[in-house]
Design a binder for this molecule. Structure first.
Ligand SMILES: *[C@@H]1O[C@H](CO)[C@@H](O)[C@H](O)[C@H]1NC(C)=O
Ligand SMILES: *[C@@H]1O[C@H](CO)[C@@H](O)[C@H](O)[C@H]1NC(C)=O
Length: 141
């Protein structure tokens, strides 16, 4: 009986140790992968990405930077399952660098690999009304 209790205790201890480690690492998601840019236009683009299965992701943060310009625009959205986001108000014929991060319950993931793209000139733009705000949607919908 005594031996059994000792055995049980160390098992429980091991279990909790393991559980704690899991909790600490599980809530900070891995960096998003497969970041791509679609619907590239003179003034807007849609950036989308994928998140590893099992990561508890509650939102995302996108940093958008004009190449060679030290100014960063940060788009952050929580409580969403979106895996894509419209970047609006872009300048034509300009190179941009975009990173995506997943937001988990207790932390933000490392940044994804950067994606670089260049907006076309205005003349190449297809007829469309300019969007004036963020429009994010779930790609799976
Ligand atoms: C990323 O893309 C690769 C190749 O298309 C695919 O095999 C992989 O499953 C994707 N990753 C995720 C997390 O969806
Ligand atoms: C998160 O989303 C749920 C479901 O759409 C909503 O009921 C809740 O109010 C949202 N919470 C916040 C903080 O926006």
């Amino acid at each position: 009986m005594g031996r059994f209790l000792v055995y049980l205790r160390s098992t429980v201890l091991l279990f909790f140790t393991y559980f704690n480690i899991c909790l600490i690492t599980a809530d900070i998601p891995a960096a998003p992968v497969n970041v791509t840019v679609r619907h590239l236009q003179a003034n807007s683009a849609v950036v989308s990405w994928e998140v590893a299965d099992g990561d508890a992701v509650i939102g995302y943060a996108i940093s958008q930077q004009k190449k060679d310009v030290r100014m960063l625009r940060l788009i952050q959205e929580v409580n969403t399952t979106s895996r894509s986001c419209v970047l609006w108000d872009l300048e034509e014929n300009t190179e941009y660098i975009v990173h995506v991060q997943s937001i988990g319950l207790s932390g933000v993931s490392p940044v994804s690999d950067p994606i670089t793209f260049r907006t076309p000139k205005e003349a190449e733009k297809s007829a469309s009304k300019g969007n004036s705000g963020p429009m994010c949607f779930n790609r799976k919908a």
